[in-house]
Structures are given as structure tokens and as C-alpha cells.
Design a protein around this ligand. Structure first.
Ligand code: 3HC
Length: 297
């Protein structure tokens, strides 16, 4: 089966980015959200991103229009029934994801590939809610934020994934203009397996007074050439998301390095989620381009 039509579940930061990339690669793409408002918000982000690429000359005004024409939004699952691949990027909640997959399994063609953009939930735990045939066509496609810019996609296989489906998914990631890497279905896959302990250790270093928020960030940027320090990155990814991923990984591996430090938990409880809520390790409310470090210790 050739992949022609792409369905995306969720039009948040990741879903809208994935939809943009799929439409940009020439696929007819339909995005499903729970409300028209959320579709509007997600499509607003796509418009902004396309405008940036057009401004830089990465795409022409004509291509910008073509990409838009290949994209549509919906609140119904039925409109995804003829998609060749569904990429799910909804809330990181196992029950929500299982419910969604169950519903789609009955609606979609038998050949449709199901792919999850989860960053830490086990693909196997999600796939078991679908029919035995679908389970062989169930994979992970893990993108990185901001999706239109980050080149990597982790292509995740379970112990039941059909070999030819897996290879088709690897090829599909290439057709999206991304660089695929192969990963097994272990919580966090490759990137978060290494990134999450690093981010949590940075918070522990802060708690222990090793350095300030700014000095730890500067050290990792200038000492190692990382594009962002760990606290800027945490605020960018979302501290609620980081906390949630760490909890899942801690439950999977039962290892201290994945345990969220007390400060992270308290920041999430207090609503300091990072950029999206205006405050995290930095305060973005006054000048988002020049945020000031928060007093947390
Ligand atoms: N679409 C189009 N263009 C965009 C864009 C988008 N969504 N976001 C940023 N840009 C453009 C900017 O307009 C800017 O263009 P210019 O150079 O012409 O001015 C250019 O990209 C660079 O942006 P900025 O100047 O704002 O900032 P940076 O130079 O710092 O680059 C970055 C931004 C690419 C995000 C870079 O900081 C970076 O690579 N950061 C690390 C990101 C990262 O690690 N992501 C992974 C997170 S982990 C994850 O997603 C997994 C999950 O499971 C947790």
C-alpha cells in the first residue's frame, strides 16, 4: 500500500507541526481535534511557521498556498477513515490514547498504519486495544519540537510489528524530509532515555547549589555547544510534560535517575509549566525574548 493520505490526531504543538511537515512533503493531510477553536489555534501556528519559511525563501508563496490547500481540519473521526497512516499526537494519557485507538480501529481501513508520537508511553500498551491485525501495523513515530525544524524521527517497533510495515514507516519518515533512527519500544526510546536523566540532574544540581539557573544553562550552551541549556529547554518542552515523562520512565525502569526531583514536582503543582504558562525556570511574562531567571531556591 502506498501512503497518500495522512491523518493527524491532535493539533497542539506537536500535531500541528507534524501536519505541516506532512502537507509540506506533498501528502493530503487531515487533522482531527476536539473543538474548532483548537483547530483554529493549531492552524494559526502553522500559518506563522509557513510565513517564516516563506520570508526566508525556504518555500515560495506558491508552495505556501499549495501546502495550505493540502491541509484540512476536522472534529470528526470519520474523516480519517480513508487515511493510509494515522499519526496520533494527543495528550500523553494512556487511557485517552487507548480510547481513541479503539474508536479508530473500527473506522479505518484494515491497511491503515497506526503511529503514535508518544515520548514515553509504551507503544505495546496502546496497540493492545486494537485488533490483532492492526497490532502488526502499529508503530511509534516520535518527532521533536519544533517539528518543522528538527530533523530527527525515532521510528519505534514493538515485538509484533510487521517487518515490511516497519520499513515502510522508516521510508515515510524520509519522505517527510526527516532523518529516521530505529528504536525499540522501551520507555523514552533513544533521545528521552538520555535527555530526561540529564534534565533531572540539572535540577538536582540547582537544588544542591552547584550553580544558578543562568550559569548552568550558559555552561551547557558554551561548554558543550548545545543550542539551549537544560532549563531553557525544560521551559521550551514544558515542565508538566517533562515531569510526566519522568514519572512514566521511573515507573518503567524503577531507577533513581528517572525520578523527578522535588523542585520539579513543586513547580508543576504551582503551575510553573515554562513558556506556555509564562513562567518556569524563567519568567517570560515581561519580555519573552529576554526572560529573567525565577527565584526558586
Ligand atoms: N517554524 C519555522 N521557523 C522557525 C520555527 C518554526 N516553528 N521556530 C523557529 N524558527 C526559526 C526562527 O524564525 C529563526 O529564523 P532566523 O534564523 O531566520 O531568525 C530560526 O528558526 C532560529 O530560531 P531562533 O533565532 O528563535 O532561536 P534558535 O537559534 O535558538 O533556534 C531552535 C531555535 C531551532 C529551537 C534551537 O534553539 C534548538 O535547536 N533548540 C533545541 C530544541 C530541542 O532540543 N528540541 C527537542 C526537544 S525534546 C522533544 O521535543 C521530545 C519530547 O518528547 C520531549
Amino acid at each position: 500500500m502506498e501512503i497518500r493520505k495522512v491523518g493527524v490526531l491532535g493539533c497542539g504543538l506537536m500535531g500541528s507541526g507534524i501536519a505541516q511537515v506532512a502537507a509540506g512533503a506533498g501528502f493530503e493531510t487531515v487533522v482531527r481535534e476536539v473543538s474548532d477553536d483548537l483547530i483554529k489555534k493549531g492552524f494559526g501556528g502553522i500559518e506563522k511557521s509557513l510565513a517564516k519559511f516563506a520570508e526566508k525563501g525556504t518555500i515560495t508563496a506558491e508552495q505556501q498556498g499549495e501546502i495550505r490547500n493540502r491541509l484540512s481540519g476536522t472534529t470528526s473521526f470519520e474523516e480519517l477513515s480513508d487515511c493510509d497512516i494515522i499519526i496520533e499526537a494527543i495528550i500523553e494519557n494512556l487511557e485517552e490514547k487507548r480510547k481513541t485507538y479503539q474508536q479508530l480501529d473500527g473506522l479505518c481501513k484494515p491497511e491503515t498504519i497506526f503511529a503514535s508520537n508518544t515520548s514515553s508511553i509504551s507503544i505495546t500498551e496502546m496497540m493492545t486495544t486494537t485488533s490483532p491485525e492492526r497490532q502488526q501495523r502499529f508503530i511509534g513515530l516520535h518527532f521533536f519540537n519544533p517539528v518543522p525544524l528538527m530533523k530527527l524521527v525515532e521510528v519505534v517497533r514493538t515485538i509484533l510489528t510487521d517487518e515490511s510495515i516497519y520499513e515502510q514507516a522508516v521510508e515515510f519518515a524520509r519522505r517527510l524530509g526527516k532523518v529516521p533512527v530505529r528504536a525499540g519500544d522501551k520507555s523514552g526510546f533513544i533521545v528521552n532515555r538520555l535527555l530526561v536523566p540529564y534534565m533531572l540532574d540539572s535540577i538536582r544540581a540547582l537544588e544542591e547549589g552547584v550553580g544558578s539557573i543562568e550559569d548552568i544553562d550558559t555552561s551547557m550552551k558554551l561548554g558543550l555547544g548545545y543550542p539551549m541549556g537544560p532549563f531553557t529547554l525544560g521551559d521550551f518542552v514544558g515542565l508538566d510534560t517533562t515531569y510526566y515523562i519522568a514519572e512514566i520512565m521511573f515507573n518503567e525502569f524503577r531507577e533513581k535517575r528517572f525520578a523527578p526531583p522535588p523542585l520539579l514536582k513543586r513547580m508543576v503543582l504551582a503551575g510553573l509549566y515554562g513558556r506556555k504558562s509564562g513562567r518556569g525556570f524563567y519568567d517570560y511574562t515581561k519580555d519573552p525574548k529576554n526572560p529573567t531567571p525565577m527565584k526558586l531556591i
